[in-house]
Design a protein around this ligand. Structure first.
Ligand SMILES: [Zn+2]
Length: 473
């Protein structure tokens, strides 16, 4: 078939009442524009502008080509218009067979599948298609599923969104499903907010319209210098720059804190997030010192120390000297226990009087042990990689414990150290060398200027005028 007949054929098939209007490429373009006009989808918009472009080209083509040229140019445009019409028709047709489902409390996979008229057999084919299918076993209320079922009982494509930004697409390929991740990139917007404390940090955050999770992260960032339970006073002020994520103009969540300033009882503290050229990221004071310690001081948030590290402890029953090689933290059963630094789990099982024990190996021949656990956090097993602050288990009284507590040990090169004092003697998480310092200064200069734009007298600005140390030479 020649292109015009093809276009006519396709057009007739999808828009039978309009085929007579295919008198010329121009009118076909106009008809399509008219038909797409009420369509508000992004696809419709794209197609509309494409067709507008084609129509706009006609005059130009006519002007630049001879009579025979006009004919072939028109044919070319016809082909393109027909192709676009075909694509649009397919998309519209496809949309009619897509069902969107939002997971609700109490839903099961089979109830979701039967909602859209799919059988248990169809479900098991999806589930058994690959290892990634296990994502279907971890759905939560609010997750969105999109089923494309062009013929009754025939699931051609399934999109599963576990968050607005992430998901998986299962596509039928002969008798099995191919699985591919979907990652949507949000638009990132930087937000600057300021607050003043009248009562509590959280209420101040609320008044400044800063989400609670961002305020909590800010409290974490300054955790080493300000005690947010005791130190904040009425009149303390803070400013913060953080990221907000948007998808198709809709707010989908917050991102990183980029910088923050806290004026506590007249003293100015500031933190700048910085990523080294090696890809290590953390918060730094304006003079380039890491605000993150290599190890957390305590593996629990809420506790009472019931027994300190003591190499000469007299055993209460045996009345002999028996070293206590760790710190005991008394806390209720089930209290979350955190990894005090990044590392690899080398043991997560029962071990004699330690009971349920986790051992983590850290970079630089450090090792930490967490004993008498009631349970391990899900996914924690030998070989697991853990991050500082990640919950690894829960307080218990397993093994030789008389009551619920965490027995925590800290070893350096295989030698037991006092966990409570060693932390302050260890190096900071990330140290910036001279080259990094130059890079850091450049980065922090701009962000501190934004952070203090309403405080031209801020001491923070002076960091930028410091001459960079002569050591760089
Ligand atoms: Zn102990």
């Amino acid at each position: 078939m020649d292109p015009i007949s093809t276009a006519r054929h396709i057009f007739k098939q999808y828009y039978p009442r309009n085929h007579l209007m295919l008198a010329s490429a121009l009118s076909a373009g106009l008809v399509l524009v008219a038909m797409l006009a009420p369509e508000e989808s992004a696809h419709g918009d794209r197609l509309r502008s494409e067709i507008n472009g084609l129509v706009g080209n006609i005059d130009e083509l006519r002007a630049t080509s001879g009579i025979s040229g006009e004919r072939s140019a028109t044919q070319q445009i016809m082909e393109n218009v027909a192709k676009a019409a075909h694509e649009a028709a397919l998309q519209n047709a496809e949309r009619a067979f897509v069902t969107q489902v939002t997971v609700r409390q109490g839903d099961t996979l089979s109830s979701l599948f039967s909602q859209v008229g799919l059988s248990a057999q169809s479900l098991s084919r999806v589930i058994n298609s690959s290892d990634e299918s296990t994502v279907l076993n971890r759905l939560f209320p609010g997750n969105k599923l999109s089923f494309y079922v062009p013929e009754p009982g025939q699931l051609k494509r399934l999109e599963v969104f576990t968050s607005p930004l992430e998901g998986f697409v299962f596509t039928l390929n002969e008798s099995r499903y191919d699985v591919e991740p979907i990652i949507r990139t949000p638009e990132i917007v930087q937000v600057v907010r300021e607050g003043r404390i009248a009562d509590s940090l959280f209420l101040a955050g609320q008044r400044a319209e800063i989400p609670a999770n961002v305020i909590m992260s800010m409290a974490d960032v300054f955790g080493g210098v300000i005690d947010f339970l005791l130190d904040p006073r009425q009149g303390d002020e803070f400013s913060i720059i953080y990221e907000e994520k948007y998808l198709d103009g809709q707010f989908v969540g917050t991102g990183q804190i980029l910088a923050a300033q806290f004026i506590n009882q007249g003293r100015e503290h500031a933190a700048v997030r910085y990523e080294t050229s090696a890809g290590e990221a953390g918060f730094f004071s304006p003079d380039g010192e890491s605000m993150t310690k290599a190890f957390l001081k305590n593996p629990l948030d809420v506790f009472r120390i019931s027994s300190n590290f003591n190499p000469n402890r007299m055993h209460p029953i045996l009345n002999t000297i028996r070293a206590h090689r760790g710190t005991d933290y008394a806390a209720p059963t089930g209290t979350p226990v955190r990894a005090t630094a990044d590392g690899t789990v080398t043991w997560a099982a029962r071990n004699g009087s330690y009971g349920k024990l986790i051992v983590i190996e850290h970079q630089g021949s450090f090792e930490t042990k967490y004993a008498h656990l009631n349970d391990y956090a899900s996914g924690i097993k030998k070989g697991s990689r853990v991050r500082q602050g990640e919950i690894i288990g829960y307080v218990g009284a397993t093994g030789g414990a008389t009551g619920p507590h965490l027995h925590y040990e800290f070893l350096v090169g295989g030698v037991h150290k006092d966990p409570r004092t060693i932390v302050d003697q260890l190096p900071l998480a990330i140290a910036l060398d001279d080259t990094e310092m130059v890079r850091f200064r450049k980065h922090s200069q701009e962000i501190l200027r934004q952070l203090t734009k309403n405080r031209p007298d801020s001491r923070l600005l002076s960091y930028n005028s410091y001459p960079i140390s002569t050591q760089q030479l």
